[in-house]
Design a protein around this ligand. Sequence first.
Ligand code: WQD
Length: 331
Amino acid sequence: MRILVTGGTGFIGSHTCVALLEAGHSVIIVDNLSNSKREVVSYIEQITGQTVLFYELDVTDAVAVEAIFVKHDIDGVVHFAGLKAVGESVEKPLIYYKNNLLSTMVVAEACIKYGVERFVFSSSATVYGNNLVPFEESMPLLPTTNPYGETKAMNERILTDIVKANPNLAVSLLRYFNPVGAHESCLIGEVPNGIPNNLMPYMTKVAKGEFAQLRVFGDDYPTVDGTGVRDYIHVVDLAEGHVAALEKLTAGVHVYNLGTGCGTSVLELVKAFEEANAIQVPYEIVARRPGDIASCYADSTKAKKELGWVAKRDIVAMCRDSWKFEKEYID
Ligand code: WQD
């Protein structure tokens, strides 16, 4: 199939493009490069040995997006493009609501107009809010702690209503947990702008000596050791989950958790990282980070049952690949 990947030069988007190409599909990437580099397109081509069409554009620009649908016979869309910094969304809610909602509506509108019936949406585990873990797809969504999470929940509702009005559409809402790691080539991986917000990219920079120590945000949560518990998933597993969701799509709306089903605390991840890479990660316990929840991990049995997908890479592989990328990636 010819797949339009919005945000395809981003962390998860680029790995998904590789997985799509390796599965025999062709890929058209649109991205405004606000949080990624154009070189990623050539890295994807280098990894797969295949050419990729790339258009620099903002997917809130309906005219620019429509031109892509006019020019190319698209079979499906994987929609990643969006702003994703939780903290930033609290400071700039209007930018997040406008960008993340409008981009989805523009792309969905073009799909309907040009008869593109397959749509995979990049959602997030954040939509579960403070539900009880492990999170199941059938759970009612609870208010999240930030506008970023709200845009994901709203986009899910928008797409669900669009399918009600256009029953021939096939939409998959993929709820990600915590993506980490990198492609074995180290050509693509997580390249955060500025100081990383997320745990793994911050930890690799502490290991490298860029930062003196890791700040552990709170050790008084009701968890195994008091630190936050998350479901870390290798980004290549996540990418393969997108291909499975796309290829198994049928009419209607389908929701899947893409996680491992295992919860790992911050201190457990630090220990796993140190052991996997034979390196020290100095840390200090500091105050909780506003907006954090204690535990977040998936029940991913639905994806296994319906998509035949399971995460194959364990926490050791995630730690090894994250560290290898930190050492070998040439910015
Ligand atoms: C993980 C744990 C922190 C940094 C976010 C988004 C989520 C998704 C993934 C997009 C928490 C602790 C972190 C640090 C720390 N993104 N931590 N020191 O917040 O679970 O999820 O990224 O979909 O939507 O919310 O990820 O890596 O920031 O935090 O102690 O320097 O590590 O408190 O317990 P998070 P994270």
